[in-house]
Design a protein around this ligand. Structure first.
Ligand code: NAI
Ligand code: MG
Length: 368
């Protein structure tokens, strides 16, 4: 059988710097675990604009559609701020997400023990936290029509429309239940069925998909505002949370900050199953291209490395190896190594991007 395939799109700014560290990890799994991937690389964002005059070429998009998983760094930078809207680096990212129809956005909030004191919450509230927010990514109020700013009488009115079809709700619900089966079999669905018709439909459809296809998974429903409170009060009560695009945007940012730095946050965006049964998938750190630190070896590569751990788990059925990689990161953090973004006010000497990557590789060796 052919090796599973990965397309790497490093992008701009710190994107290529953190991706170089992921390359070391991919090579390690090939050399030490016999997990060989066919890795190809292409351009996206400002890098693609510089080379080809567009933020994503049709060829790069075709490659992304054909591989088992895409790994993306980050796009954008001040150099491109004055480009036409359609040529901006971010358009490359939006185009790839849209063309691959990546409707299910997975945002974990995971607390590494060594960083528990870095959280704004008490240690026992966050230590050991490992939850996943599944955000619907391609519909809802960010896309619904009518939208716009109109004039009514003698004043203007801004309009956006929350719109969800049954099939859009059902497919993201399935994605959450599938995820729950690989985790702790527990899903909480969040909407505002008390005040929104789209919320009533959301609740009905999620319940129906559950009853007909995933009766073995424990399902609860919560109003999204109550969910926000519970996330800050006692986040460990949750495992998988599934919610719409707008609530998911806010709740996932809130959950992410329970655990610390932007430099630690991975994500996955999944689409429909391909012929081989795996979902179309794009993995990327939550952070952007960080122009303020680009080119200085200061970036924390862990968000990008954790994104690869998600690829191992969700695209390549290598949950044990994903655990190994996350364990290696935990060990490195426990040994006291920190990139600059993880240093508290007490200071200390931060390690560089490549020193952090090398330390993870060493910890992987130690795990054998
Ligand atoms: P950003 O995420 O790039 O940076 C925000 C702050 O966090 C900066 O101070 C940065 O130094 C720090 N930071 C981010 N990632 C880090 C890491 N791995 N290690 C250490 N520190 C890290 O967001 P910002 O500054 O708003 O945007 C910069 C550029 O990135 C813009 O062009 C923006 O459009 C783009 N962007 C791209 C995204 C993507 O590719 N998915 C997402 C967000 C922004
Ligand atoms: Mg957001």
């Amino acid at each position: 059988m052919a090796n599973p395939s990965i397309l790497i799109l490093p992008g701009d700014g710190i994107g290529p710097e953190v991706m170089a560290e992921v390359r070391k990890i991919i090579d390690w799994f090939g050399a030490k675990r016999g997990l060989n991937f066919d890795v190809s690389e292409d351009l996206i964002g400002g890098a693609a604009y510089d080379a080809h005059g567009v933020p994503l070429t049709d060829e790069a998009l075709a490659k992304a559609q054909a591989v088992d998983a895409v790994l993306l760094g980050a796009v954008g930078g001040p150099k491109y701020d004055n480009l036409d809207f359609a040529l901006k680096p971010e358009r490359g990212l939006l185009r790839i997400r849209k063309e691959m129809d990546l409707f299910s956005n997975l945002r974990p909030a995971q607390c590494f023990d060594a960083l528990a004191d870095f959280s704004s919450l008490k240690r026992d509230v966050v230590a050991g936290l490992d939850i996943m927010i599944v955000r619907e990514l391609t519909s809802g109020v960010y896309f619904g029509e009518p939208r716009g700013i109109f004039t009514e009488g003698n004043e203007r009115v801004g309009i956006n429309t929350q719109r969800y079809t049954e099939s859009e709700i059902a497919r993201v619900a399935r994605s959450a239940f599938e995820l729950a089966k690989r985790r702790n079999n527990k899903v909480c669905s969040m909407e505002k069925a008390n005040v929104m018709e789209s919320g009533i439909l959301w609740r009905e459809v999620v319940q129906k998909v559950h009853d007909e296809e995933y009766p073995e998974v424990e399902l609860s429903h919560m109003y999204a505002d109550a969910g926000a409170m519970q996330l800050c009060r006692w986040p460990k009560q949750f495992d998988v949370i599934v919610t719409d695009n707008l609530f998911g945007d806010i709740l996932s940012d809130c959950a992410a900050m329970l655990t610390g730095s932007l430099g630690m946050l991975p994500s996955a965006s999944l689409g429909a199953p391909m012929a081989n049964g795996r979902p179309k998938a794009l993995y990327e750190p939550v952070h952007g291209s960080a122009p303020d630190i680009a080119g200085q070896g200061k970036a924390n590569p862990i968000a990008c490395i954790l994104s690869f751990a998600m690829a191992l788990r969700y695209s390549f059925d290598q949950g044990t190896e994903a655990d190994r990689l996350e364990g290696a990161i935990e060990a490195v953090l426990a040994s006291g190594l920190r990139t600059a973004d993880l240093m508290g006010p007490e200071g200390g000497k931060p390690v560089s991007t490549s020193e952090m990557g090398d330390a993870v590789v060493k910890a992987l060796d130690a795990s054998l």
